[in-house]
Design a protein around this ligand. Structure first.
Ligand SMILES: CC(C)(COP(=O)(O)OP(=O)(O)OC[C@H]1O[C@@H](n2cnc3c(N)ncnc32)[C@H](O)[C@@H]1OP(=O)(O)O)[C@@H](O)C(=O)NCCC(=O)NCCS
Length: 257
């Protein structure tokens, strides 16, 4: 696969665009996959994962990560090298402004890709049981706790999870991870206009935040350090050749709080 072959099936990634890719481990179960594109560090990490499900998800997401980034970068997937920035965020070596962030949960992964704008992505599988208010009190800013508490009980867990993904996407975009106090910024979730209410990095208006449901039972968010970023959704399909198939997703229905 070359970058131009696959890239021709996608719209170009312009400054201000964010391409959101999503995929699943399910199709890959039991198939023999070519691990040679992974680095020694990735194979070492994979070997250390104790649970088969976690191994399958790590493998699927990192094979996809390399194949997708190669489309935009132009180098072959195995030639891509990664380094960790201060704070732990993975970056491409010689990435020339190509920014990305990966997240995985359950049996799904999402990957955000942008040019010259810091991005963070997060996906979470909805959990049974509702400890939302208790966990919110522990981690969320006051505005966010009030929003969760004010939500009708049957929607509370979804609302909580969506705010969680937004907060996580934000801290991952900044690259600071949990060094950034979680109550030093606040977000607000509505299906039509999710927003950063208080920012710890730059002005509130410098941020674009977007939420979606990648599949039933999952919630996800992306945060971009840029005003008015344009978000496009794609699915990743592992084909037998194997090649990347980029297909524009029907815009997922927003999640109603
Ligand atoms: C990176 C971090 C911020 C998120 O981790 P997570 O939610 O467990 O996992 P995700 O699947 O969303 O993200 C993991 C991926 O993010 C990337 N990543 C790792 N460190 C990162 C950092 N400091 N900044 C941005 N991205 C990072 C990696 O690509 C990693 O995937 P990989 O290990 O397969 O390469 C993690 O350090 C963490 O500690 N999270 C704490 C969760 C929490 O308390 N959140 C509160 C939200 S209210």
């Amino acid at each position: 696969m070359t970058g131009s072959e696959s890239g021709a099936r996608l719209q170009p990634l312009q400054r201000g665009d964010v391409h959101l890719w999503q995929g699943t481990t399910c199709r890959d179960r039991g198939r023999s996959l070519d691990l040679s594109v992974l680095s020694d560090a990735e194979r070492y990490h994979l070997d250390g994962l104790p649970l088969p499900g976690a191994r399958a998800l790590y493998l699927a997401s990192h094979l996809a990560l390399r194949r997708i980034l190669a489309i935009y970068d132009g180098r072959p997937p195995r030639a891509l090298r990664f380094k960790r920035a201060e704070g732990g965020k993975p970056r491409l070596v010689d990435g020339r402004g190509l920014e990305f962030n990966l997240s995985h949960s359950g049996e799904m992964w999402v990957l955000a890709v942008a040019r010259h704008s810091a991005v963070g992505a997060d996906i979470e599988r909805l959990r049974n049981g509702d400890r939302s208010e208790e966990v919110a009190r522990r981690f969320f800013a006051a505005e966010e706790c009030s929003a969760v508490a004010g939500c009708p009980r049957h929607l509370r867990s979804e609302h909580f999870t969506q705010i969680w993904t937004m907060k996580e996407a934000y801290i991952k975009a900044t690259g600071q991870g949990l060094a950034l106090p979680l109550n030093s910024f606040a977000v607000s979730y509505t299906d039509s206009a999710p927003e950063v209410l208080r920012s710890a990095v730059g002005a509130v208006s410098d941020w674009t935040i977007s939420c979606w449901a990648p599949a039933a039972g999952y919630r996800a968010a992306v945060a971009v350090h840029r005003a008015d970023a344009r978000v496009h959704h794609f699915s990743f399909v592992e084909e037998d050749d194997p090649a990347v198939s980029g297909s524009l997703l029907r815009k997922p229905h927003p999640v109603r709080p």
